[in-house]
Design a binder for this molecule. Structure first.
Ligand code: HEC
Ligand code: HEC
Length: 389
């Protein structure tokens, strides 16, 4: 009997060790599923984080799930297309086609937008004034029927069943939505995708190092001269491409809503408009003054996101700058023949200006100072599937 206390105490030690090990295992795997980890944005020092909807807080687990979904062709009805088919990381999450092509081959009217810092966007797509959340925007590629993009309409149940069958998704969904039951839902899918899109921040360009990290020599002399031209009253670029995202359409925490970020730049003014002519914001609002108005897109990562404009019609930055220097575009032939410079809704800020060859180069060099190579190489944003699912 005298051995009992000793035996007992060693049992206690084992039990203690066991509980410590169990707690450790719990920390690294099973139990951590019940407490998702807060996502911390990758931003310059003291930079305001983007707004996040209260019903979809950012967590590492949701971002990870969203990243898997973003790169998964099983999300389109016919298994051929993922979000990444039109939003390629190497192209700053845009694509090199002038306009996108959906999963069934239908051609889209517009150029795929870059997904650089879209968490800060006040509105979404090239021209929509009431599409104000990523969650709402995502329903378009998923459900659009004219043209079909990913073709979910009528196929929701089948697609969710596909995901439900996959052991990887069972784990990822359970970790991202621990409080909900085992059935994968469309709402969870959209929330996770939106969380991944929100995580796509890009603040490591030479301009950022100059402006936010205090690296005085991050910009070349030519880029600094280009910055001056960009800010000048001559070119007016900064009026429409203002703010840290060079898009005007940004919505930071605590900042009042900015002015309406839609403008007619004098790109087109067809004498005989084709039937499917893209009128931008007018197609949504049906207000005469909105004809030909589009959102001023971000100017970050332009090196990767060519071609340019809502229809991908300008191939290079030289073409874009020549376009502005002429105060718009006059087409003397083709289906859109007509003088965009004379469009009645053209912005007053678009007017021809003289620009020497050297000034043009400086301006282009400045635009290239907004390229962030680490964005297109960031492993956290890349395809997480080792083999194609
Ligand atoms: C067939 C090509 C295609 C696919 C697939 C596609 N997109 Fe897009 N995406 C576009 C185009 C084109 C636009 C611009 C649409 C417009 O302006 O009307 C766009 C715009 C966006 C925007 C708005 C960006 C901004 O700055 O306003 C977001 C966000 C987005 N897509 C996310 C996604 C997600 C998430 C998926 C997958 C569920 C997806 N896209 C699938 C082509 C595509
Ligand atoms: C009146 C507002 C306005 C002014 C001024 C302006 N832009 Fe723009 N910019 C826009 C709008 C709107 C678009 C999209 C037009 C479209 O797609 O039809 C755009 C598109 C662009 C694009 C294409 C981006 C992409 O991803 O396709 C570049 C590059 C650009 N602008 C650079 C400049 C430069 C440089 C200046 C100064 C010379 C300038 N902008 C002046 C409103 C403006």
């Amino acid at each position: 009997m005298s051995t009992l206390p000793a035996h007992h105490s060693s049992m206690t030690t084992y039990k203690y060790l066991y509980s410590v090990i169990a707690a450790l295992i719990c920390l690294v795997s099973a139990c951590s599923k019940h407490t998702p980890t807060e996502y911390v944005f990758h931003l310059p020092p003291d930079f305001p984080p983007p707004p996040v909807p209260v019903d979809n807080p950012m967590t590492l687990e949701k971002v990870s799930l969203g990243r898997h979904l973003f790169y998964d062709t099983r999300l389109s009805a016919n298994n051929t297309q993922s979000c990444s088919s039109c939003h390629l990381q190497a192209q700053a999450f845009s694509e090199s086609l002038a306009t996108g092509v959906g999963s069934t081959g239908e051609v889209l009217a517009r150029n795929s937008l870059s997904l650089t810092n879209v968490a800060y966007n006040e509105t979404f797509t090239w021209a929509h004034d009431s599409l104000t959340s990523i969650e709402a925007q995502i329903l378009i590629p998923l459900f659009n029927e004219a043209p079909i993009e990913m073709g979910l309409t009528g196929n929701e149940e089948a697609i969710l069943a596909r995901l439900q069958k996959d052991a990887t998704y069972q784990k990822l969904f359970a970790a991202a939505f621990p409080e909900q039951n085992k059935n994968i839902t469309l709402d969870q899918t959209v929330k996770a995708l939106a969380s991944f899109i929100r995580s796509l921040t890009s603040f490591n360009s030479p301009f950022d190092r100059y402006a936010y990290y205090g690296e005085d020599d991050a910009l070349t002399d030519s880029q600094l001269r280009g910055l001056g031209i960009f800010m000048s009253e001559k070119t007016e670029c900064r009026h429409c491409h203002g703010g840290f995202n060079f898009s005007q359409s940004t919505n930071q925490h605590g900042l009042a809503i900015t002015e309406r970020p839609f403008h007619n730049t004098g790109l087109y003014n067809p004498e005989v408009p084709p039937a499917n002519f893209d009128q931008g914001l007018y197609d949504i609002s049906l207000r005469e003054e909105d004809k030909g108005k589009f959102r001023a897109p971000t100017l970050r990562n332009l090196q990767y996101s060519a071609p340019y404009m809502h229809d991908g019609s300008l191939a290079t930055l030289v073409e874009v700058i020549d376009f502005y220097a002429q105060g718009g575009q006059n087409l003397s032939s083709g289906p859109l023949k007509g003088d965009g410079r004379a469009h009645p809704q053209k912005s007053d800020l678009i007017k021809a200006f003289p620009l020497s060859e050297e000034e043009k180069q400086d301006l282009i060099h400045f635009l290239h100072a907004l390229n962030d190579e680490s964005f297109i190489e960031n492993p956290l944003y890349s395809n997480p599937w080792k083999t194609q699912p």
